[in-house]
Ligand binder design. Structure first.
Ligand SMILES: *Cc1c(COP(=O)(O)O)cnc(C)c1O
Length: 371
């Protein structure tokens, strides 16, 4: 059998590992920050009707400019955005790839603040862009001074800021984004994949777009919108920046079926997002309960919680998996990440993790001393 080593693969891809979050069929899957609530049945029926109509026209290529979808996305985002400000692709990962293809590439660099979304580094390597990183502080926060210092030090062609940050959940102040946009000479990407889960009233980086043509804000329908399987991500930015993405996208990259399905979901945005408050409530519950158990959860503005205080993350991950509960071991020492699910899923996780609670271990130690 041929191995990768035997193939004339690009030198810069040798020895790399692909994206590999485990995909397992388990009763409680809380590992990739999906919305674990199924989409409402009446919405599903409308989507099916729209997809059925699109199927009858599949002999023709889809609208290459996905004009109707850009109109619907601009309407959803508000902030005075028009279809000319909108781009979309098969997941926001593809949107980010378009940005790296257009503005990165060989001899260019992209800067991120680790730990952050692992796909940034992979998309950089896939496009031959050098991936450079700067650290977050001890609480995984990112303030304006540290961010600006990193931009000045590395002078990147692109800056990727995840707000709130995956895998830490950390919200990002607009102050930091503003300060980075002021000093960066390249494209500044704010990835708001989890924006809808932020505390109500949290301002979006969309409010900063006016007058900043190199700033772009990406969003996705994969998380709050409960549409991960459909693969729809999008971006708002200056129309000229979006013209640059037209140079690198494949023609007709958004299939007629994807466009029809996304339009159906957006037509029912309120219903699709109806579970967001409930999920945010479960995330608040996760943070409170994990703290009560003696773990160290980080501040989260998303639908997941990263927590420290785990003696052996791999062992805990495996023990929970044996009980049908899949969470995420990111290889951050002493830490695990869990997605807020339905109330029942969150309860199942909290009951299972309680066995490994530092409080319990400390209590047991005290008891031993007493005895
Ligand atoms: C999940 C996630 C995305 C979404 O990816 P899609 O390709 O839209 O499914 C983007 N950015 C971050 C940080 C994520 O966690």
């Amino acid at each position: 059998m041929t191995s990768l080593e035997d193939l004339p693969i690009r030198d810069d891809l040798r020895g790399r590992s692909p994206y590999g979050a485990p995909q397992k069929s388990v009763p409680v899957a809380l590992n990739v920050n999906e919305n674990t609530h199924p989409i409402p049945e009446d919405v599903a029926h409308d989507i099916v009707a729209r997809v059925a109509a699109a199927i009858l026209r599949l002999n023709r290529y889809p609208d290459r400019e996905f004009t109707e979808l850009r109109e619907a996305l601009a309407g959803y985002l508000g902030h005075g955005l028009t279809p000319e400000h909108i781009w979309a692709a098969n997941g926001s990962n593809e949107v980010l790839q378009h940005l790296l293809q257009a503005f990165g590439g060989p001899g260019r660099s992209a800067l991120g603040f680790e730990p952050t979304y692992s796909m940034y580094g992979l998309l950089a390597s896939g496009t031959g862009t050098r991936w450079v990183t700067a650290p977050r502080d001890d609480d995984f926060e990112l303030g304006p001074e540290a961010a600006v210092a990193a931009v000045l030090e590395h002078d990147p062609d692109l800056v990727l800021m995840c707000a709130p940050n995956n895998p830490t959940g950390t919200p990002l102040d607009l102050d930091t984004i503003r300060a980075v946009a002021d000093v960066a000479r390249g494209i500044v990407i704010v990835d708001e994949a989890y924006f809808e889960f932020a505390e109500p009233g949290t301002p979006s980086a969309l409010t900063l777009l006016e007058g900043r043509p190199r700033l772009v804000v990406s969003r996705t329908m994969s998380k709050a919108f409960a549409f991960a399987g459909a693969r729809v991500g999008y971006l708002a930015g200056d129309p000229a920046t979006i013209d640059a993405l037209r140079l690198v996208r494949l023609p007709y990259h958004l299939s007629a079926l994807t466009q029809a399905a996304a339009l159906g979901a957006l037509a029912h945005a309120d219903e699709m997002l109806a579970m967001v408050d409930e999920i945010r409530g479960q995330r608040v519950r996760l943070s409170a309960e994990l703290a009560r158990l003696g773990f160290a959860p980080y501040r989260s503005g998303s639908n997941f919680v990263l927590f420290g205080g785990v003696d052996d993350p791999h062992a805990v991950f495996e023990a929970l998996l044996a009980r049908g509960i899949l969470i995420r071991d990111l290889g951050i020492r002493g830490h695990l990440r869990v997605t807020a699910g339905t109330e029942a899923e969150t309860t199942a996780f909290l009951e299972a993790i309680a066995v490994f609670a530092p409080e319990r271990a400390a209590g047991a130690a005290e008891n031993r001393i007493d005895a």
